[in-house]
Design a binder for this molecule. Structure first.
Ligand code: NAP
Length: 424
């Protein structure tokens, strides 16, 4: 029996599914010791810091992650950062294979004037802010204006728009960051415009998310019937299944009568943002009607762009176009990549399962003899490593703190608070 040591960097869905794929490839001849290394004191990646808190069902995949983490041969090393606590070269020397699963954490930019004004930010900042990510808890979000504009027509834009347009008491029974609930309760925002540069037939929303919108209890969701009608004509008869399903869902929204709720979420199509204007802060977004010279402005105090992500570069790993350079997940020597860092920010959480399984098959096919060359604990200098045992303590404490409040968990926010809960 050969036992190979594999390091997985990044404890998000792609990392866990890579570990699971290796566990599934265990046989009488071959087994794996898996060390998962994570920069934050908490695992689960986007399931903790990305998924919208009003979508608790999506987060139940964490049960699968915990099963993977408690299987024999798996160790968690959280609160350990690649770059400062150890280097990629040190990992490559000590492990038979190293798998990068660090996702794409940086929000893409529009590249238009005014984008850096206070009040303009990426979903890559806003989403982790409302999800208690330790690095974003202190962000200041301008919720003092009547109108907010969300740019992008994907599911992240929809999550962001919904979080801004919901009646905030609806967030009380969720694991939304306490600081975010408090600020959203004070928010003056009543109109949220979600703006797409192309037509409804090209929107990247998925239909289950669209179909959920009419169920919002305190928010008027507006799509203009003529926008959808012309999109259906443009899409023609040889329309793809997913596009048809989206347009059907949009028709249902467009046909609804306006309600009297004081919060509104309005979809705007065929509008390309060309400038963000303001004197020291965001005051207006200027759009050009896509395909024409016509311009118009929307006055607002907050602009959030949700137009895709790029992978954050890590030293010693080749990058291009916001991704790790790879061929079917193979990077170089004994280095591999899975998930968004490999293929870019696309697909739902489950997409990472088949993706990681393919890369792990390739990884295993290239293994020869185990190296047996030292343990990662020899190189991590500090003693605040959050192991699976510490994480289970943190997890249990958060769940217990949420219980009397009717929440699935009350998240600790700062690194110190998290380490304290873990007894570190
Ligand atoms: P996305 O689905 O790729 O959507 C990005 C949107 O940004 C597109 O509408 C795109 O429009 C627009 N865009 C890009 N560049 C732009 C520019 N310069 N100006 C204006 N608009 C621009 O990305 P995402 O929303 O970040 O989502 C990432 C992935 O996570 C997706 O696969 C998504 O389905 C998934 N996700 C799923 C859920 C869920 O299942 N509930 C929730 C969140 C995210 P064009 O098409 O015109 O380029």
């Amino acid at each position: 029996m050969k036992n190979f040591k594999v390091a997985i960097v990044g404890a998000g869905p792609a990392g866990y599914f890579a570990a699971q794929a290796l566990q599934n490839l265990t046989s009488d001849e071959i087994s794996f010791s898996i060390d998962m290394i994570e920069r934050l004191p908490t695992p689960w990646g986007l399931v903790r810091s990305g998924v919208a808190p009003d979508h608790p069902k999506i987060k139940t995949v964490s049960k699968v992650f915990e099963k993977i983490a408690t299987a024999p041969g798996f160790r968690l090393f959280a609160n350990v950062e690649l770059g400062s606590d150890l280097t990629i070269e040190q990992l490559k020397e000590r492990y038979d294979a190293v798998v990068i699963a660090t996702g794409s954490a940086i929000g893409k930019k529009l590249g238009i004037p005014g984008e850096d004004l206070p009040g303009s930010m990426s979903a890559a900042t806003f989403v982790p802010w409302y999800n208690s990510h330790p690095d974003f808890a202190d962000e200041s979000i301008n919720l003092t204006s009547q109108t907010a504009v969300v740019i992008g027509a994907g599911n992240v834009a929809m999550d962001v728009a919904r979080m801004l347009a919901l009646e905030p008491t609806e967030l009380d029974p969720t694991d939304t960051a306490e600081h975010a609930i408090e600020e959203l309760k004070q928010s003056a925002i009543r109109n949220v415009v979600i703006s797409a540069r192309r037509g409804p037939e090209h929107a990247a929303f998925t239909s289950p998310e669209l179909r959920e919108l009419p169920k919002l209890e305190h928010t008027n969701v507006v799509m203009h019937p003529e926008d959808i009608a012309v999109a259906i004509v443009r899409a023609g008869s040889e329309i793809e299944k997913d596009t048809k399903s989206n347009l059907d869902a949009m028709t249902l929204i467009a046909e609804r009568k306006a309600t009297s709720h004081d919060r509104t979420m309005t979809f705007q199509f065929l509008a390309t943002p060309i400038e963000i204007k303001g004197n020291g802060k965001v005051e207006e977004v200027v759009f050009q009607k896509t395909g024409s010279d016509e311009r118009f402005g929307i006055e607002c105090g907050l602009v959030i762009t949700a137009i895709g992500y790029e992978a954050a570069p890590l030293e010693g790993i080749p990058y291009a176009n916001g991704k790790v350079i790879n061929e079917d997940g193979y990077v170089n020597e004994n280095l591999y990549v899975v998930g968004w860092a490999k293929r870019g920010p696309s697909g739902v959480i489950g997409t990472n399962k088949s993706d990681a399984a393919d890369v792990m098959k390739l990884l295993v096919s290239k293994l020869n003899e185990p190296k047996n060359s030292g343990d990662v604990t020899e190189i991590i200098a500090h003693n605040k490593i959050v192991t699976q045992m510490h994480w289970e303590q943190i997890n249990a404490a958060e769940v217990a703190a949420g219980e009397p409040l009717g929440k699935p968990r009350k998240k600790a926010v700062s690194r110190q608070e998290l380490l304290n809960l873990g007894g570190l």
